[in-house]
Write a protein that binds this ligand. Structure first.
Ligand code: RNT
Ligand code: ZN
Length: 420
């Protein structure tokens, strides 16, 4: 006889209670977490301006799974499907290249809030928050691999104007949706080979940033973050917006830093940065990604890197100060599944962190019982968190992992497979 999730849950709850863990509290904490879903996973980072070409600027998408979204209505329909399979209330992360035009398209330095009214209306009608990103790549003025730090002042001015407008658009998006919109800035600027002068591109970047962030907006409408990177395709020897540069800049300017899990040395722990940065930054944005050998932007899974990061955030009691945005793009699998698998992995990692017998572990550590601490950490790995997760899904009327794919298959058959 198969037991219903409720009774399996009750048994698991007792197991956790014996270790001093309040399961109900953990679940209600999990409920309040909103993840920001990257709209760009739905169309392989193509955007609506020139969808025949894939992205450039050091990022690459591989795969040709049929049925990518080709326009706003398709992309929004796919996002709705993904959101319907996630417990909780989440957000959608946009890029400037997803602007929609009724008449002649506007160039990036001419974008206005009304070009995003389709997104705004949709977000409002689904009570979704929106986040936003300037798109400083996939554009003729970025073809040389430099934007805000380009040596040509006219090119810099073009991109400064673009990012300024994107910040204004973010403000409107935040105001219209009633939820502060994070505007994140990532630029591809860098060099394939050694530079004779690493100072000047960075000086130019800093002065562009100064022009961009000159104006400040109310934080309940929009917040700013800057995203660093270690290297990209075509920027192997030098990246203008490195971690050091943005960390210093963000601190000085009261911006958020955005830490993308794929943007550090492969053995560098992003989780370890949580306790190092939280004393200095009121809020931090994470781009949850999975780099395989390089910043490959694979779908996030329940791996050690993700578990460790979520554990550090929860241990710090910092869920309110952290923003979690997924950032990956995989065109080899169904794109709705990619969103759902990744987002569910993050929620499961958070749940496991919230179910940690924190007090018990702290007691052991403080009393110097390092053996007991290690033993308990290993014990925790096999605790029945899966039953708690299934119960959570059931309570939110979304399918458990086991049957979640059935719904995606039906959607594929009825919707995405019919797209050419
Ligand atoms: C690129 C950055 C950036 C992009 C998105 C599309 O390496 O991670 O965040 O992935 O803006
Ligand atoms: Zn990123």
């Amino acid at each position: 006889m198969t037991k219903n999730p409720e009774s399996v849950f009750m048994a698991s709850r007792e197991t956790y209670e014996r270790l001093g863990v309040d399961v109900v509290k953990a679940l209600s904490r999990l409920e309040s977490v909103s993840l920001s879903l990257p709209c760009w996973q739905g169309d392989d980072v193509r955007g609506f301006e020139s969808p025949d070409r894939g992205p450039d600027g050091g990022i690459a998408v591989t795969g040709s799974y049929p049925g990518r979204a080709r326009n706003g209505p398709e992309l929004r329909a796919d996002l709705e499907k993904a959101l319907s399979l996630l417990p909780g209330r989440h957000r959608v992360n946009l890029h400037a290249m997803y602007a929609e035009f009724t008449g002649r398209p506007a160039d990036r330095d001419r974008l206005r809030p009304e070009h995003f009214s389709g997104w705004m209306d949709w977000a409002r009608s689904h009570s979704l928050g929106l986040d936003f990103n300037a798109t400083c790549f996939s554009h003729p003025k970025a073809d040389e691999g430099w934007t805000l730090s380009h040596a040509d002042p006219a090119i810099r001015a073009f991109w400064i104007e673009h990012v300024r407008r994107c910040r204004q658009i973010s403000r409107i998006l935040g105001r219209e949706t009633g939820s502060s919109c994070i505007h994140n800035l990532w630029i591809p600027d860098g060099s394939r080979d050694q530079l004779a002068d690493r100072f000047r591109p960075r000086e130019r970047l800093i002065s562009s940033l100064d022009a961009i962030y000159e104006k400040s907006f109310p934080p309940d409408e929009m917040k700013d973050s800057v995203e660093s990177k270690l290297f990209g395709i075509g920027s192997e020897a030098f990246v203008a917006g490195s971690y050091d540069l943005y960390l210093a800049y963000a601190l000085k300017r009261n911006l958020m830093i955005c830490l993308d899990m794929g943007h550090f040395h492969p053995t560098e722990s992003v989780a370890d940065k949580v306790s190092a940065l939280l004393p200095f930054f009121p809020e931090i944005l994470f781009h949850l990604s999975r780099g395989l050998r390089w910043d490959s932007d694979h779908v996030v899974i329940l791996d050690d890197a993700l578990l460790e990061l979520c554990r550090e955030i929860v241990r710090a009691g910092a869920l309110e100060r952290i923003h979690l945005a997924l950032d990956y793009f995989d065109a080899t699998i169904h794109r709705v599944a990619a969103w759902v698998i990744g987002a569910r992995a993050v929620m499961k990692a958070l749940l496991r962190a919230l179910l940690e017998p924190r007090d018990r572990l702290m007691e052991l550590e403080e009393s110097g019982d390092l053996t007991g601490r290690l033993a308990l950490m290993e014990t925790v790995k096999a605790l029945p968190w899966g039953a708690v997760w299934n119960y959570h899904c059931e309570k939110h009327e979304v399918p458990p992992d086991e049957t979640m794919m059935n719904e995606i298959r039906v959607y594929e058959q009825k919707v995405t497979s019919r797209r050419q």
